[in-house]
Ligand binder design. Structure first.
Ligand SMILES: NC(=O)c1ccc[n+]([C@@H]2O[C@H](COP(=O)([O-])OP(=O)(O)OC[C@H]3O[C@@H](n4cnc5c(N)ncnc54)[C@H](O)[C@@H]3O)[C@@H](O)[C@H]2O)c1
Length: 365
């Protein structure tokens, strides 16, 4: 079951270790050669017990922040920095973030600015964290009402993904990570893409199928790692492919009100709309659209349009126009192709076509 991948993100090596069980403090310390007194653990209210298990009999300062996106703010970052200062961490100190994407993004950010950059290890405990947030080096927190408005690129040299920690993950969070795995499988252009697809079709939350889950996490980690290696700071268009489903998904989230649906549900619905757009533009073959929609439906995601919670399609279109992933003022969409996916500019996706797709005419396309 153990897997290990080493990536080079802009020249910084990052080793990702997928394990059945959580690592011990010794496992972590032996990698960095830090003294135990120079380590700060960061967790949230739901992952404290996992951090405690890592510590075992040993002791190290533990900084707990509130769980959830609402706590992904400067106040939490300051709490982490203050805990490091109170623990007298030196510049050679090590921050160990134990949690999902919120903890890993903020711990990474705090480590990146603490004394101009301290050590960082991530122990990712959510499915979304494993397949996405903990890989690639983006850190950050929400500011001025905007998601991930402030942040840095700071890859963790060591990332653990203890799959057994997922057993306590709430169903809703499970579903959030699952959408990202389906997205990754859609982007896969390797010879193994059919196998990835069939693994997904066989995947359920049943622990008896942990091997399949590990395989899906491993494939997602590899694909994201490879994409980020090719475009570590998202300067080109390649890393943008990872945003498949996100432009439509984010617009749905913000137009119906944040928190109404999970990020995964939004991304899944967004992937369905990306298929519609790709079909309308002659890029996504009909059979591929059907295959993707069938898998999304099999996992219980809403794929129909308008989304049942969407009361006002104009609010959605406005949210779409405000998308922060715009480049040079133009919207960008990622749409599935025969294999993998391609980037489509806003000029190609005319408002008339978008309105038809969102308004519920996708079945006539
Ligand atoms: N840096 C990146 O490249 C990147 C990529 C994708 C997402 N993100 C960020 O990741 C965040 C979302 O990540 P997330 O979905 O993991 O959210 P999260 O960190 O809020 O975790 C979701 C919930 O699950 C709980 N949880 C985590 N692990 C658990 C476990 N093992 N058992 C029980 N509960 C557990 C958390 O406390 C939280 O309540 C967003 O802020 C997003 O911006 C970052």
């Amino acid at each position: 079951m153990n897997r290990e991948y080493t990536f080079s993100f802009g020249g910084n090596l990052s080793s990702v270790r997928i394990r059945k069980h959580i690592p011990s403090l010794d496992d972590i310390i032996s990698f960095y050669g830090s003294a135990p007194g120079n380590v700060l653990f960061v967790c949230d209210t739901h992952t404290r017990s996992i951090a405690r298990q890592i510590l075992g009999e040993k002791d190290a300062p533990l900084c707990e922040i509130q769980s959830g996106e609402a706590a992904k703010n400067w106040a939490s970052v300051e709490t982490i920095l203050k805990a490091a200062k109170d623990a007298a961490l030196g510049r050679d100190g090590l921050f160990v973030g134990v949690g999902g994407g919120v903890v890993s993004d903020m711990t990474g950010f705090a480590a990146s600015i603490y004394m101009r950059g301290a050590g960082l290890c991530l122990v990712s405990t959510s499915l979304l964290g494993m397949v996405d947030a903990a890989v690639g080096g983006k850190t950050g927190f929400d500011l001025f009402g905007m998601k991930n408005f402030a942040g840095t690129f700071y890859p963790a040299p060591l990332v653990y993904m203890p799959v057994s920690s997922l057993t306590s993950l709430p169903e809703r969070e499970w579903k959030s990570g699952m959408a990202e795995i389906i997205k990754t499988a859609t982007l896969d252009t390797s010879d193994e893409q059919e196998r990835f697809w069939s693994l997904l079709a066989a995947l359920s939350r049943d622990t008896a199928e942990q091997d399949i889950l590990v395989e899906c996490i491993a494939r997602s980690v590899q694909l994201k790692g490879r994409v980020v290696e090719a475009d570590p700071k998202e300067t080109g268009n390649f890393r943008a492919l990872l945003n498949l489903g996100h432009t439509f998904g984010h617009a749905l989230e913000s137009s119906i009100g944040l928190g109404q649906i999970t990020h995964g549900e939004a991304v899944a619905w967004g992937m369905a709309r990306s298929c519609d757009l790709g079909l309308a533009l002659g890029i996504t073959p009909q059979d591929r659209r059907e295959k993707i929609l069938a898998l999304l439906s099999a996992f219980g995601y809403e794929t129909k349009t308008p989304h049942p919670l969407m009361r006002d399609t104009e609010a959605f279109m406005q949210a779409l126009r405000n998308d922060k992933k715009k480049k040079a003022g133009s919207l960008r969409f990622i749409v599935p192709a025969r294999t993998g996916a391609v980037l489509v500019s806003g000029e190609q996706a005319e408002p008339r076509v978008l309105a038809r797709i969102i308004g519920g005419y996708s079945d006539c396309l």
